[in-house]
Design a protein around this ligand. Structure first.
Ligand code: NAD
Length: 358
C-alpha cells in the first residue's frame, strides 16, 4: 500500500516521504519554493546509506533549483526528488507508484530526469501523472545539455571579457574536466573558438579520442585542479572547490557546468581571496533549465526562444562580476543576492499557468 506523509521542514514549502513495500518505493520529494512558478527538478535514484542522507541531499538540491530558476527568470520554482533504491530495483511498478506520489502534489512539483533516471523512465511516470517535463516527443524541449554547454561557453566569454577586456577565447588555455553530455559539447565549441584545451576524464578511451580530435593535452583526473591554465572548467563533479583544491589551483578563473561546485558557501570567498574569478555554477549552467522551461511556453516550445535567453547569461554574469568587484564581495554571494531579489520582488514570475493535459 502506498503511504505518503508530510515532513515539516522549516524554510521549505512542502516535503513528503512516500513508501510502498509492494513496489519497493521509498522516496522523498522536496518543494523548496514556488513563489515564481511550480517547482521543477529531477528525480534521482541512488542507494543512499539511510533516509537522513537522502533527506539532506534532496533538501540541498531543491533549494539550489530555486536559486537557479530564480536567476534564470524561468517562471519556475525549486524542487527535487530522490528515490532510495539500488539501480537494479528500478521497475515499471516502482516508477508508476512514484508517479502517483508526484501526482498527489497537483502540479506544485514537475519531475524531470536526473542521475539514475532516463527519458524512458519519464515516459512511464507520465502514465501516472501529467506533471512530467522533457518527455521524448516532438513537443518536448529534448536534450538539455546542448543548451547547458552553450550557456557555459557564454559564461566563459563573460569571464574573458571581465579579465582580459575581450570575450575572445583565442589562445586561452582552458582545462576542462568531464567530457560527458555537457563537457563534450563544450570542448567542441571551445576548440572552434581557438582555445587551447587541457582535457581530463576518468574514461581513458574517451579522453584519448577527444584529445586527438582537438589537439588537446590531457591531465590525470587527480591533478585537474592544479592545471596551469587561464580557466578551469569543471564539468563533472560537485564539491570540487574546497580547501584542498583551492590551495593547489593555478588558474585565473573557474567557470564550468558542474552543479554544486563549492563544497561550502565560504569557498566562494576563499576563491576571491586567492584572486580567482568564479562564475557561480547555478547561473553559468542554467541553460538546461532555461530550455526545459521553454517547453511550457503558451505558444509551444521554440528552441530559438530558448537560445536567445541562454545567450543572455553572458550579460547576467558580466553584471554579477561587476557588482562583486565594486562591492569587493564573492561572486557567489552576489548570485545569491540576485536570486533572493528576484524571489522577493517576483521578477520572472510565471504569468500564465502551465496547461497540463491528463
Ligand atoms: P555526464 O554523465 O554525461 O558526463 C560526466 C563526465 O564526467 C563523464 O564523461 C565521466 O566519465 C566524467 N567524470 C566523472 N568523474 C570524473 C572525474 N573524477 N574526473 C574527470 N572526469 C570525470 O554528465 P553531464 O550531463 O555532462 O553533467 C556534468 C555535470 O554538469 C554534472 O555535475 C551535472 O549535474 C551538471 N549539469 C548538467 C546539465 C545537463 O544539461 N546535462 C545541466 C546542469 C548541470
Amino acid at each position: 500500500m502506498l503511504t505518503i506523509k508530510e515532513l515539516h521542514i522549516q524554510g521549505f514549502k512542502k516535503v513528503i516521504e512516500a513508501t510502498d513495500p509492494e513496489t519497493k518505493l521509498h522516496c522523498i520529494i522536496a518543494i523548496h519554493n514556488t513563489d515564481l512558478g511550480p517547482a521543477l527538478g529531477g528525480a534521482r535514484i541512488r542507494s543512499y546509506h539511510d533516509k537522513e542522507e537522502a533527506l539532506q541531499d534532496v533538501l540541498r538540491l531543491s533549494r539550489a533549483m530555486t536559486y537557479k530558476s530564480a536567476v534564470a527568470e524561468s517562471g519556475l520554482g525549486g524542487g527535487k526528488s530522490v528515490l532510495i533504491a539500488q539501480p537494479s530495483d528500478k521497475s515499471e511498478k516502482l516508477l508508476l507508484s512514484f508517479g502517483k506520489v508526484v501526482d498527489s502534489l497537483k502540479g506544485d512539483y514537475i519531475v524531470a530526469e536526473d542521475i539514475g533516471t532516463s527519458p524512458e523512465d519519464m515516459a512511464i511516470i507520465r502514465r501516472a501523472t501529467p506533471y512530467v517535463a522533457a518527455l521524448v516527443n516532438e513537443k518536448s524541449s529534448g536534450d538539455p545539455s546542448r543548451f547547458t554547454a552553450w550557456g557555459v561557453y557564454r559564461g566563459i566569454q563573460a569571464v574573458a571579457k571581465t579579465l582580459w577586456g575581450s570575450p575572445s577565447l583565442a589562445n586561452k588555455v582552458i582545462a576542462l574536466q568531464g567530457l560527458g553530455s555537457v563537457g563534450g559539447k563544450l570542448a567542441n565549441i571551445l576548440f572552434w573558438e581557438g582555445a587551447q584545451l587541457i582535457l581530463s576524464d576518468i574514461d581513458e578511451k574517451k579522453l584519448h579520442n577527444q584529445a586527438l580530435l582537438y589537439g588537446a593535452q590531457t591531465i590525470p583526473a587527480d591533478n585537474f585542479n592544479s592545471a596551469q591554465c587561464d580557466i578551469l572548467s569543471p564539468c563533472a563533479l560537485g564539491g570540487i572547490i574546497n580547501d584542498e583544491t583551492i590551495a593547489k589551483m593555478r588558474c585565473k578563473a573557474v567557470a564550468g557546468g558542474a552543479n554544486n561546485q563549492l563544497l561550502l558557501p565560504s569557498h566562494g570567498r576563499k576563491l576571491m581571496e586567492k584572486g580567482i574569478l568564479y562564475a557561480p555554477d547555478y547561473i553559468i549552467n542554467s541553460g538546461g533549465i532555461i530550455n526545459a522551461a521553454a517547453e511550457f511556453d503558451p505558444n509551444g516550445y521554440n528552441p530559438v526562444v530558448a537560445r536567445d535567453k541562454v545567450n543572455h547569461l553572458y550579460d547576467i554574469l558580466l553584471q554579477v562580476f561587476d557588482i562583486a568587484k565594486k562591492e569587493n564581495r564573492p561572486t557567489s554571494d552576489i548570485a545569491d543576492d540576485l536570486a533572493e531579489y528576484n524571489l522577493l520582488h517576483g521578477v520572472g514570475k510565471r504569468a500564465v499557468p502551465i496547461n497540463f493535459r491528463r
